[in-house]
Design a protein around this ligand. Structure first.
Ligand SMILES: Nc1ncnc2c1ncn2[C@@H]1O[C@H](COP(=O)(O)OP(=O)(O)OP(=O)(O)O)[C@@H](O)[C@H]1O
Length: 259
């Protein structure tokens, strides 16, 4: 069964204003990794807002886990281009934040804090941040801050991870390191991922399926399954099939920008 489903969804931010996205239909399987790409302003972040329940559709239906989305979803974790770590909290305290908000963790936090903190430490270790638990965000590099931010998005074991250009502000080497980190986290304990990115190599390296969106109003123009074997190592990015996928997607986006 589809885990996320859009049926002919349109959204206008104000009544009577033009649609930001129009007639978008898509289905995402449980534990599928999809990526949304498209020109600036095509509505990628709008799709994220609809999935997470931050905005209701003007037309059509959005379903998550078989239920129509009617408000903020608690089975979702989110990370953005800016890490948005709270500067007065340590890395560990930042990662623990969802445990203070999301049920059933919130109501059991007092009794089980030690256990939950252990889970946060284990997650930080998996992403290479062992030893940095008590550092403040300003004591971490940009890449480390993004690692911590993704831990915060995953600590409450969401079934859906929404990533809105999470690697956009990082240098090329750090970005590739973080691709591998997300790949490993997803492969070890799968969850459904929606990744918004401008980087076509990133989309092809990570995703099972890439959706290309048109200029405003955003529509889905292309759905491309990425049939590269897993597990994928960075070496795959130097192969002919990988380059062919990136080239094809770049051509689609080129046509959209010209039109
Ligand atoms: N809160 C808002 N109120 C009114 N219009 C909005 C709002 N948020 C986005 N829009 C408009 O909706 C359209 C889609 O915006 P959205 O942020 O979803 O695009 P995007 O593809 O994520 O852009 P980018 O790649 O530049 O981040 C844009 O034309 C934008 O101006």
């Amino acid at each position: 069964m589809d885990f996320v489903r859009f049926e002919n969804v349109s959204l206008a931010y104000q009544p009577g204003s033009p649609f930001a996205i129009e007639d978008v239909s898509l289905s995402i399987r449980e534990n599928e990794f999809i990526s949304l790409v498209g020109p600036s302003g095509c509505g990628k972040s709008t799709v994220m807002k609809l999935v997470t329940g931050l905005k209701p559709p003007s037309k059509g239906y959005v379903y998550v886990d078989g239920r129509e989305v009617g408000g903020p979803q608690k089975c979702v974790g989110m990370a953005f281009q800016a890490s948005n770590l709270l500067p007065w909290r340590t890395t560990l305290q930042n990662v623990m934040l969802p445990m203070e908000i999301v049920e059933p963790y919130r109501s059991t936090l007092r009794a089980r804090r030690a256990e939950y903190e252990e889970q946060a430490r284990a997650l930080l270790k998996r992403v290479g941040l062992a030893g940095f638990e008590n550092k403040f965000p300003w004591e971490l590099s940009g890449g480390m801050q993004q690692r911590a931010s993704i831990c915060r998005a995953l600590i409450h074991k969401p079934r859906l991870l929404m990533l809105d250009e999470p690697f956009g502000a990082l240098d090329a080497f750090t970005r590739e390191e973080l691709w591998c980190m997300v790949r490993d986290l997803w492969q070890e304990e799968p969850f459904t991922v929606v990744l918004v990115t401008h980087d076509l190599r990133e989309a092809v390296f990570l995703a099972d399926t890439v959706y290309v969106m048109s200029k405003r109003p955003g529509r889905i123009l292309v759905k491309r399954e990425i049939d590269l074997p897993r597990p994928r190592d960075l070496e795959v990015t130097y192969t002919e099939p990988f380059a062919a996928y990136v080239h094809e997607l770049r051509e689609h986006i080129g046509h959209i920008r010209e039109s």
